[in-house]
Design a binder for this molecule. Structure first.
Ligand SMILES: Cc1cc2nc3c(=O)[nH]c(=O)nc-3n(C[C@H](O)[C@H](O)[C@H](O)COP(=O)(O)OP(=O)(O)OC[C@H]3O[C@@H](n4cnc5c(N)ncnc54)[C@H](O)[C@@H]3O)c2cc1C
Length: 411
């Protein structure tokens, strides 16, 4: 080689970035088989009827996946960010709506509690949510505040006995209700305003609200969503809801720490959901392009169809590399990878939507009806540009982080 550099090819490990170890590959294979047997057969129907498959989600407790990232001592599987991405990708390749319900439980609630809760809270609640006895949700968004987190209005007042009185409404909460009769999630991770600090800044605090707490109820299940119809989305109401003192997470005013820490794995796994959608859509359009003939040829012979498939392949591979590269560098429970967790979600969500759109185009009229799957995946893909942070918020964060750390570009 020139300039005296030497590199021994034998020292370069041949590895698949999406299956960084044998254990990861085994996990992927196990969940893929399970998805084929249990998730795929129900996906079409649950989307069509806007029904959440609670029993199926609970059954993931037996697989040890409801507490995938929680420590084993509390009933979790103690796995890493790559494992979380693998499970979300595989679920979403079949049923993104169901995958979203899994994400709300395992990432937004369980992972949050595992890394931010105190010993008493983890001992009391984690075994229940890891087994599936309880289903959890996370409530940040409100009717009048989404991206503008500090604008949220739900408030909590400390009572003389140390408990907290919560008042307010939360909107768009995945798993916020568990069925058609308005049964609320068994436990919700709730962000609420508890005052202002000495500099006049809004102070947000985190509360664990359990089902049966007086004043906690479901306002409404939200129907007629574009996609993700197999997950339940609800409005929650807190009306003089008294939360015991030991259900405050951390200290008053610490919510931003919890949010920052958990948002990274949330965005990575939402990116992995986009990857699952992209992979399935690519597989569907590739097969159809072989099966379908027009003008006496397979449609895959037409240049414009090749453009859809070729571009989708390249985008899919780029998403896959970026997602699993970010997963390899992300340490659960620690903030510090916002640049890439925002980056993967920004890139992957739009790429998945574009790939799903190409799939519909390649399938023509058949692509436009539910039976051929890609229409559902296309509808589901849109949510990923909104939920867990809009693509505009990712752009804003990336630009902010690059101003602070311009060296990231050349690292
Ligand atoms: C199906 C579904 C499930 C969801 N699940 C949950 C859940 O489980 N828990 C939860 O807490 N929330 C959940 N959400 C809410 C979701 O996170 C919010 O919808 C999202 O954060 C955007 O907030 P918003 O809808 O209030 O829009 P807004 O924040 O009002 O934004 C409206 C538009 O303005 C843009 N905008 C806002 N501020 C800026 C800015 N500073 N610069 C540039 N553009 C800006 C946004 O990007 C967007 O395009 C869910 C939403 C849906 C639809």
């Amino acid at each position: 080689m020139s300039k005296g550099w030497t590199i021994s090819l034998s020292t370069v490990a041949i590895m698949d970035i999406a299956n960084p170890s044998e254990e990861h590959a085994m996990l992927r294979s196990m969940i893929r088989d399970w998805v084929e047997e249990y998730v795929e057969p129900q996906a079409f129907e649950h989307d069509k009827k806007e029904l959440f498959n609670l029993d199926l989600l609970k059954s993931m407790g037996e697989l040890g996946l409801l507490g995938i990232s929680a420590p084993e001592e509390y009933g979790g599987a103690g796995l890493d960010a790559a494992a979380c991405a693998i499970v979300h990708e595989e679920l979403s390749a079949s049923d993104p709506g169901f995958a979203l319900a899994y994400l709300a439980h395992s990432m937004l609630f369980v992972n949050n509690l595992a890394y931010n809760g105190n010993e008493e809270q983890k001992t009391r609640i984690l075994p229940k949510v890891c087994s599936g006895e309880w289903i959890g949700a996370m409530a940040m968004s409100e009717p009048d505040a989404g991206t503008d987190v500090l604008g949220l209005a739900t408030n909590a007042e400390r009572q003389p006995d140390g408990s907290w009185k919560l008042n307010g409404r939360k909107m768009w909460i995945t798993n916020g209700c568990l069925d058609e009769t308005g049964t609320p999630a068994d436990v919700v991770w709730v962000y609420a305003r508890t005052g202002t600090d000495e500099k006049g800044r809004v102070q947000l605090s985190t509360f664990l609200v359990e089902a049966g707490t007086p004043g906690y109820s479901v306002g409404q299940k939200i129907y007629d969503k574009t996609g993700m119809r197999a997950s339940n989305t609800a409005e929650l109401v807190f009306d003089d809801c008294i939360v015991p003192a030991n259900n405050l997470v951390g200290e008053p005013g610490e919510s931003l720490i919890h949010m920052m820490c958990n948002l990274e794995i949330e965005r990575l796994t939402l990116g992995a959901m986009s990857l699952g959608i992209a992979r399935r859509c690519l597989a569907e359009m590739n097969q159809y392009a072989t099966d379908r003939t027009a003008f006496g040829k397979q449609i895959r012979d037409f240049g414009q169809i090749q453009q859809h498939i070729g571009n989708s392949w390249a985008k899919y591979r780029a998403m896959r590399s970026y997602i699993y590269d970010t997963a390899a560098n992300l340490t659960l429970g620690k903030a510090g990878h916002r640049l890439d967790s925002d980056g993967v979600k920004l890139f992957a969500s739009t790429a998945a939507k574009e790939i799903a759109d190409s799939a519909i185009q390649v399938l023509g009229g058949y692509g436009y009806v539910g039976e051929y799957h890609v229409e559902r995946l296309w509808r589901d893909s849109k949510l990923l540009e909104i939920g867990g942070g809009t693509i505009e918020s990712h752009q804003k964060n990336i630009v902010k982080d690059l101003q602070k750390h311009p060296e990231s570009i050349n690292d």
